[in-house]
Write a protein that binds this ligand. Structure first.
Ligand SMILES: Nc1ncnc2c1ncn2[C@@H]1O[C@H](COP(=O)(O)OP(=O)(O)OP(=O)(O)O)[C@@H](O)[C@H]1O
Length: 276
């Protein structure tokens, strides 16, 4: 067996293992074979490891598949119009617009310090804009970039606090929080104070609290900081579930590899109108 044959066989196995439909997998392998034959390049130089190339292909096939099978978005849940914000003479946001419908995910991106958290906090009603309006139709869950947990409470006590806002019993609050935590591969029943949780686990707690009661609009400010690779994947699966359940989700993110999967991208890089 040649190097090319071995690499193509591995690619075929990996594509199928990742659930790429067999017609598509055959096509991808045939295209790669033609490229290798015509270019004379070794497969590692042309495509990299077979498993990594299969991952890229399966992500993009998954994105196209997700887009094709999704129902059209529902009514507008969040409409931010012409948002302006300055701190003293420092203009952070100028004329920023964002509309997100039920069943959509919006990504807010941009360089460090360009105003992503400021914009999300304005959408959450935590700070006021200097100009512009935010209209929200429904309930809101907000996950901050950090903070948000109470040092001397256990995770389940956080769930009870948030559940109380939904008129839930203590037991229902605990059980719902524990179930949501399990989707992030976290056992939230341990009697540990939140100040003793790792940074990543505190972010899981923040994320679970934001999602309790499945609010209509979820505002998530880089919620995955400190997550390991597996939890990061679980996080995006949760985002797609919320979207498929008709929630409007806004995620501040630096992870540009997810952008072909989201419905709306708001890039705040130049959102100060050049007046920083
Ligand atoms: N309360 C405040 N008072 C004064 N300046 C502030 C305040 N909050 C934020 N800023 C400034 O506003 C700008 C935008 O901050 P913000 O945290 O919104 O940016 P960001 O895009 O979320 O940054 P990062 O990607 O680093 O999280 C920064 O220059 C920041 O220093």
């Amino acid at each position: 067996m040649t190097i090319n044959d071995g690499w193509l066989r591995d690619l075929n196995v990996e594509l199928r293992r990742r659930g790429v439909p067999s017609g598509t997998a055959d096509h991808v392998v045939a295209e790669a074979a033609v490229h290798l034959r015509d270019s004379g390049e070794p497969p590692m130089a042309a495509f990299g490891p077979a498993a990594a190339y299969a991952a890229v292909v399966s992500d993009s096939v998954g994105a196209a598949y997700q887009r094709a099978r999704r129902p059209p978005p529902g009514p507008v849940r969040l409409r931010a119009r012409d948002i302006g914000k300055r701190y003293r003479r420092h203009v952070v946001l100028d004329g920023v617009d964002l509309t997100v419908h039920a069943g959509q995910v919006a990504a807010v991106i941009g360089a460090n310090g360009c105003g992503k958290s400021t914009f999300l906090r304005i959408c959450a009603g935590l700070i006021s804009p200097d100009s512009g309006t935010v209209q929200i139709d429904g309930t809101v869950g907000y996950c901050p970039q950090d903070g948000g947990t109470i040092d001397f409470l256990r995770p389940e006590e956080h769930f009870v606090l948030v559940g109380g806002g939904h008129d839930w019993s203590r037991e229902r609050s605990r059980a719902t929080g524990r179930a949501a935590a399990a989707t992030l591969d976290w056992d939230a029943s341990a009697p540990v104070l939140s100040r003793h949780l790792s940074g990543g686990t505190r972010q899981k707690l923040n994320l679970v609290m934001a999602g309790l009661g499945e609010p209509d609009v979820l505002l998530l400010d880089e919620p995955y900081q400190g997550f390991d690779r597996g939890t990061y994947v679980d996080f995006w699966q949760q985002v797609w579930r919320w979207r498929d359940n008709g929630r409007a989700v806004v995620v501040v993110t630096h992870m540009l590899n997810q952008l072909d999967l989201v419905d709306v991208v708001l890039d705040l890089t130049d959102a100060s109108g050049g007046r920083r």
